[in-house]
Design a protein around this ligand. Sequence first.
Ligand SMILES: O=C1O[C@H](COP(=O)(O)O)[C@@H](O)[C@H](O)[C@H]1O
Length: 250
Amino acid sequence: MSRRVSVFPSPQELGPALAQLVAQRAAGSGGRFSLGLSGGSLVALLARDLPAALPGPGGGGAEPWLVAFCDERLVPPGHPESTSGAYEAQLLPRLPGPKPRVLTVTPGLSPHAAAADYAAKLREAFQGDGVPAFDLLILGVGPDGHTCSLFPDHPLLKEEEKIVAAITDSPKPPPERITLTLPVLNAARAVVFVATGEGKAAVLKRILEGAEENPLPAARVQPHAGQLHWFLDEAAAAELTVPFEKHSVL
Ligand SMILES: O=C1O[C@H](COP(=O)(O)O)[C@@H](O)[C@H](O)[C@H]1O
């Protein structure tokens, strides 16, 4: 696994660079492009910068894309906390050209049924993969080191069989969620973490420089055969002493 850390002055420079990376990966996939999206602050970043980075309607847009969600908060349709709802409101209608295939979580199911149902959708979409291998996963990280809905010290960190798991005691509301598991995160061809703001600085030092006995969830993401790329702004990178690539212009 190769790891890169790129640091941008602010989210204003980071967003277009992230969008370029997504567009390049999609163009280079040579066919279907499978993309896993996280929620939280990432939604607005992608909504602002991704549409302009993609070829216009004549260029095929995002048609050959398969979009799935790295985690989903189990809330009623239309609820502001819904990750797919946020993407449907902010990003998906703004993508140029034909729309991608989007795998959403079936509403109204119990957490365990929703996880099993979403796992079945992924298995159908990734036939032939023992574990679904996404072309690109874009992950966030919380100030506690969580990623997707995998939280520090939670038993789900030990999950080895399921590709999607339910959580009913998320320490960050809402409590009921489903999440991709570490085997899926580590089977991806490429993983990009995005973290901005001073509130992430301390945890990023632990994740990127610590060698902890019980690593934080985000530190456990180390794609077996893929690339790992961290996109940070200067505020989030403030405590790092490891070498990183500093980007100053768009
Ligand atoms: O709850 C969640 O938090 C993480 C991090 O979100 P951020 O707003 O701090 O960037 C996010 O990646 C995850 O998808 C979400 O469910």
